[in-house]
Design a protein around this ligand. Structure first.
Ligand SMILES: O=C(O)CCC(=O)C1=CC=C[C@@H](O)[C@@H]1C(=O)O
Ligand SMILES: [Mg+2]
Length: 369
């Protein structure tokens, strides 16, 4: 493939309701949509999942734009690309900046799959035609949390994740289990604890949680190994795993029993698939994480989650869980807790151009010289 043009769209959409975590409340979702075009006019789409500020990882929308414009796009415009995994190699001299890389790399995966006339799921080795999905609840109060859980359970979501922090964990979970004793329930702490909170964390073992996601520091795998030995609830790592090498080390240390794979956090589909394959070989469970994303990234997530070792429902909720109107056609629909994996070429959805234009604040096209 010869990439001839890359267009970046700086977009912003309001979430239907605020998403509250231990670190930040997200209401306005700003991001970058990436469109790549090759010499034959074929198009691929990607989405950068960095947030407006660096609360989840160090990247932001602005740093991603800078990385794409000044370093990453010039690299893909300058060389012929034979396979999307070439992009990883091509960009490997640029340190980290995984979400910026993933936005561009996933657009090239979509383009490549379209040119091959196969779905992205098929291309990467997906084996499922439907995937089980769960939902993440980031609520302001326990009342709001219970109402949301009730609603999503009725909608058929197969697994509920709630955000916790040291100030409310035990009381909220007690209340949730009183109302919903048997639902598949997990929690995400976004690094709100340290090993000094060991007893408080051990107290959560009584709630039969599917897992606790990222209880300790975002860059830690050592303390998580200490914690996992002293908790029965499986630990799932999110922020700590940004490469397949991180995953290998965490598995060797015993830092987790589960890994949440997010394409954006690990720099693209290539690395995400490598982590999937490693976890499959090592018997570590995986599921596909979400980033409060718009439909393009959601469509890439669906392809990823169709791989055989994704046995736990991912954070891949319906477009309507977050958006008044998504930027893809058709939107992602959840029926009885399941999402269909598109069979059409590439990510298998069209771009809702009018909606994309409506939410675009600024766009710029870069061309090969
Ligand atoms: O996209 C979704 O539906 C869930 C998103 C979600 O839980 C998260 C997205 C981004 C940052 C975090 O707060 C959280 C996570 O850590 O997994
Ligand atoms: Mg998380």
């Amino acid at each position: 493939m010869n990439i001839k043009r890359v267009t970046l769209y700086h977009v912003s959409m309001n979430l239907l309701s605020p998403f509250v975590t231990s670190l930040e409340t997200v209401q306005q979702r700003e991001t970058i949509i990436v469109e790549v075009k090759d010499k034959d006019g074929a198009t691929g789409w990607g989405e950068v999942v960095a947030f407006s500020s660096p609360w989840y990882t160090e990247e932001t929308v602005k740093t991603s734009w800078h990385m794409l414009e000044d370093f990453l796009i010039p690299k893909v415009l300058a060389k012929e690309i034979h396979h999307p995994s070439d992009v990883t190699t091509l960009c490997s001299s640029i340190k980290r900046n995984y979400m910026a890389k993933a936005g561009l790399e996933t657009a090239i995966w979509d383009l490549f799959a379209k040119k091959q006339g196969v779905s992205l799921s098929q291309l990467i080795g997906g084996t499922r035609s439907t995937i089980e999905v769960g939902v993440a609840v980031g609520a302001r109060s326990i009342g709001d949390c219970l109402r949301q859980i009730e609603h999503y359970v009725q909608e058929g979501y197969r697994r509920i994740k709630i955000k916790i922090k040291p100030e409310n964990d035990y009381e909220w979970l007690k209340e949730i289990r009183r109302h919903f004793p048997t639902i598949s329930l997990m929690v995400d702490a976004n690094s709100a604890y340290t090993l000094n909170d060991l007893q408080q964390l051990q107290a959560l073992d009584e709630f039969q949680l599917l897992m606790i996601e990222q209880p300790l520091a975002a860059d830690d795998i050592v303390d998580h190994a200490v914690l996992q030995k002293q908790m029965t609830t499986p630990i799932c790592l999110d922020e700590s795993i940004v490469t397949c090498e991180d995953a290998r080390k965490a598995i060797e240390l015993g830092s987790c029993k589960v890994i949440n794979i997010k394409i954006g956090r690990v720099g693209g589909m290539n690395e995400a698939k490598k982590i999937h394959d490693l976890c499959q070989a090592k018997g570590i469970a995986v599921w596909c994480g979400g980033m409060l994303e718009m439909g393009i990234s959601r469509a890439h997530n669906i392809a990823l989650a169709s791989l055989p070792h994704f046995t736990i429902p991912g954070d891949i909720s319906a477009s309507s869980r977050y958006w008044e109107e998504d930027i893809i056609i058709p939107e992602v629909v959840v029926k009885n807790g399941m999402v269909e994996v598109p069979k059409q070429a590439g990510i298998g959805v069209s771009i809702h151009r009018k909606r994309l234009e409506e939410i675009t604040l600024y766009k710029r096209t870069y061309t090969a010289s």
